[in-house]
Design a binder for this molecule. Structure first.
Ligand code: DC
Length: 677
């Protein structure tokens, strides 16, 4: 998705279909680091492609690891435990799964082999604590300096070649702030275990988020390191531990990402199920336990080896009171599901939310209140009283705090009968760049709830450019209806159905309409496809334009193209440009714009356009052409050119395209129900 300031979701009604999950973030970044530390190469399949994995990959490449595409997979050549470069400055964004383990691994390597490495991130990363990890590493002899505030990144880790680490005593680390500190030590300390002696890590305090540590242990085992675990307090890395690439690794789908679609099924899959491919009952990710919580709230879930099928069961959902320590990330999704419950829900033991991408506890409380819920925020829990299902929901502008999970959760708040605005939707790129596309493929709204903006106007008024710009800015779909008439004309021309100049006879008209009803038309990435042929260029030809105006005058063709045009009305909204969009095809459009400009201005624009293509033209004859076309268009009996009754007129003779876009967006905003809380 483009970095747009917000996306508005209309009220959603149902959901069905299949989503293929992106790879797990937690598994992806652990696998990458382990592959980078191992000798030899590892072929990684189904890796997550997102902000967090990109910073890890960049860091590994900076450190001298080889990274090559191999088909859809990635081949990583590892360092074999030997530093290839001894100085680097690494930018790790807001990826905790990169910052913590890389800091530990580089601190251990630098202490033994010499070097200096700086690790930094975005400002929020510099607010996320790392003191417990730094303290543990310093105690065994690593040199780590905080470059900003003590206990937080940015960090410099350094050492001189030949240094020794003291690992004979148990290495102690706190486990009650973030389990990533233990994970970081588990991933890094095999570098410090000698062939003669292993080492022991002891956890102080109650270990939180244990399932993430289980992922770490499972992946270490895949890479040849069999850590012995005594309860959750003591972990032994055996003597002679060496990272050994398993050759190939398949990354599971992301179970935390699955939670949004499990919730979607619980909220909206009233007929067909929502099917989720990429995780199943045997997942090694702790967040798969979200399934149990969703079931407790009433979802019907069928679980297979690598697939989940979810349908709505209880409705309203059943309120829950749950200790969420084992599923900290997915539990955020429960907070949104609680909005649809039959009473107050309480999510407990979630203090770790406060040190994630944002302070998620307070962020969630603030945002859910905007929707009409009553929320009590405690130091380590949330109690959520749902809005009254009848009239308690309010249209809300959801702030997302540069936190992918806040944005994905907010998208599920649109089943309350009110539209929801989600700010900075591109922040989902941290773990799920295509989230909104996936959501819009599964979620359904009643068509009359999906907003349509129509833009009409005479030829060369600039409506196509304006419509495309408005659609892009709002993240809406675009219907260039003129191009549909042009495609119908192109197929008619090719079939020899448009001989001469005048109107085709009745038989030809019927044949043209029949073809128009079955056009194998596809719009993709700004291109127009007819079957296997890309026709965008061919459509712009003058002869096709003339033919289009002839077929557009045939009522049977207009009728045949009606359903096709209606089918463009999809989530999250549509900008439709062309004749009769506001008057016939989308009479209930929420905003109708009729663009005008003087014939003189339009002639000037067309002239510039032709000159830029290297074509010669005469302004006066262009102007005369436009004037006679206006007359023909507005006086023709079928779909004449005239503003819809309730259209706003915009004369853009004297304004720039940017000003026109701003004018339309402003008119749109005034019709939206959002008022900033
Ligand atoms: O906007 P354009 O030049 O691409 O349109 C091609 C022809 O189709 C033009 O003659 C107008 C006609 N048209 C129409 O009749 N109804 C529409 N909704 C769009 C275009």
């Amino acid at each position: 998705m483009l970095p747009i300031p917000f996306v508005d979701l209309p009220p959603l009604a149902r959901a069905a279909g299949t989503v293929v999950l992106p790879g797990s973030k937690s598994i992806s970044n652990r696998v990458l680091l382990l592959a980078g530390l191992s000798a030899g190469t590892t072929l990684v399949h189904d890796l997550l492609d997102s902000d967090d994995t990109r910073v890890m990959l960049n860091a590994l490449q900076t450190l001298g690891c080889g990274v090559e595409r191999e088909g859809a997979a990635l081949r990583v050549s590892g360092l074999g435990g030997r530093l290839a470069v001894h100085e680097a400055d690494l930018f790790l964004g807001n990826a905790g799964t990169a910052m913590r383990p890389l800091a530990a691994a580089l601190a251990v390597l630098a202490a033994q082999q010499g070097g200096r490495f700086v690790l930094r991130g975005v400002p929020r990363m510099h607010e996320r604590p790392i003191a417990d990890l730094v303290d543990a590493l310093r105690r065994i002899g690593c040199q780590i300096d905080a470059l900003g505030q003590e206990g937080y990144p940015p960090l410099a880790v350094q050492g001189t070649a030949g240094g020794q680490l003291s690992t004979t005593q148990a290495i102690r680390v706190r486990g009650d702030v973030s389990s990533q500190f233990l994970t970081a030590l588990l991933l890094a300390l095999p570098l410090a275990a000698s062939d003669a002696a292993g080492l022991v890590i002891e956890v102080e305090g109650e270990l939180i988020s244990k399932p993430y540590v289980e992922i770490t242990l499972a992946l270490l085992a895949r890479f040849g390191i069999l850590v012995q675990r005594d309860g959750w307090q003591r972990f032994t890395v055996p003597a002679g531990s060496h990272y050994r690439s398993p050759g190939e690794v398949h990354v599971e789908g992301d179970a935390s990402s699955a939670s949004y679609f499990i919730a979607l099924g619980a909220l909206g899959a009233t007929e067909a199920p929502v099917c989720i491919e990429g995780v199943g009952e045997h997942s090694i990710q702790g967040d798969i336990r979200f399934v149990d919580a969703a079931q407790a709230m009433g979802a019907v879930v069928r679980s297979q080896a690598n697939r989940l099928e979810v349908q709505r069961g209880a409705w309203p959902l059943k309120a829950i009171d749950l200790d969420c320590n084992a599923i900290p990330d997915a539990a955020m999704t429960l907070a949104v599901m609680a909005l649809y419950a039959d009473g107050p829900s309480t999510l407990r033991n979630i203090a770790s939310w406060r040190v994630k991408e944002t302070d998620r506890l307070s962020a969630m409380a603030i945002e859910l209140r905007k929707l009409g819920a009553r929320v009590d925020e405690a130091p380590d829990s949330l109690r959520i009283v749902p809005p009254a299902q009848s009239d308690g929901w309010r249209p809300a502008v959801m702030h997302t705090y540069d936190d992918h999970r806040m944005a994905m959760c907010a998208s599920l708040a649109s089943f309350g009968g009110q539209p929801v605005r989600i700010e900075d939707p591109a922040c989902v790129g941290k773990t799920y760049p295509d989230y909104f596309e996936a959501l819009f493929a599964l979620a359904q709204a009643d068509p009359h709830q999906i907003p349509v903006i129509t833009i009409d106007g005479p030829t060369a008024s600039g409506k196509g450019t304006l419509a495309a710009a408005v659609a892009e800015r709002l993240g809406y779909r675009l219907l260039d209806s003129g191009s549909i008439y042009r495609v119908a004309a192109l197929t008619a021309l090719r079939a020899g159905l448009l001989p001469g100049q005048g109107a085709p006879d009745a038989e030809a008209a019927a044949a043209i309409a029949a073809r128009a009803a079955a056009l194998p038309l596809r719009f993709a990435g700004g291109q127009i496809w007819l079957g296997d042929e890309e026709v965008s260029e061919a459509l712009r030809e003058e002869a096709v334009g003339l033919a289009a105006s002839r077929v557009a005058a045939l009522p049977a063709v207009r009728q045949a193209l009606h359903a096709l045009q209606l089918s463009f009305r999809g989530l999250p909204g549509l900008v439709a440009d062309g004749r009769d969009m506001g008057s016939v095809v989308f009479p209930d459009a929420a905003l109708k714009i009729y663009l005008t400009a003087t014939a003189g201005q339009r002639a000037l624009r067309r002239h510039r356009q032709l000159m830029s293509k290297g074509l010669s033209a005469n302004i006066d004859s262009l102007r005369a052409d436009l004037e006679s076309r206006d007359l023909r268009d507005s006086s023709r009996p079928v779909a004449p050119l005239k503003p819809a009754e309730d259209a706003l007129l915009l004369d853009n003779s004297a304004v720039t395209i940017e000003q026109s876009v701003a004018w339309v967006l402003d008119a749109w905003e005034r019709r939206r129900p959002f008022t900033e809380a």
